[in-house]
Write a protein that binds this ligand. Sequence first.
Ligand SMILES: Cc1cc2nc3c(=O)[nH]c(=O)nc-3n(C[C@H](O)[C@H](O)[C@H](O)COP(=O)(O)O)c2cc1C
Length: 140
Amino acid sequence: MKNIVYVSTAVKLLDDDQLLNILVSSRKNNTEHNVTGVLLYSEGTFIQALEGDDHDVDFIFSNIEKDLRHKNMITLINEQISHKSFTDWSMGFSTPRAEKLKDVLGYLQSVDSLNANKGTGAAVMTIKTFIESNNLIVTY
Ligand SMILES: Cc1cc2nc3c(=O)[nH]c(=O)nc-3n(C[C@H](O)[C@H](O)[C@H](O)COP(=O)(O)O)c2cc1C
């Protein structure tokens, strides 16, 4: 098993429908390939963690690399893992527009449970830092 974490830049600022399109195809394909992870977007910057069997992660990643909706991909992490960190997350998604306290609580619970259950792996720490520094709310 392996994980990949990368950042990239959207070629233009994306609206909710465009983000939703990416989310829908990601959920479908990743589920089919048993790839889990999280995709976050904040003001033109993506960060994504993908994890699963090597060939599945590499397949999904090679598709993402060809996508013209983003550019300047930088791989932060590409390494073997012994267990998944994002098993419960499927593909998460986030926008900076947080409305309800309920969502904030949901976000806090999920980050806390990541820490409690999965230790402090590099992928989790990288994603968590992005969430906190961009003040994101993660919804599922
Ligand atoms: C930032 C970003 C992240 C993406 N993440 C995924 C992903 O995790 N899984 C996936 O299948 N497609 C992802 N995509 C979409 C792929 O690049 C590609 O459009 C998609 O796999 C095509 O699948 P389809 O033919 O089923 O629509 C992402 C695209 C972008 C711009």
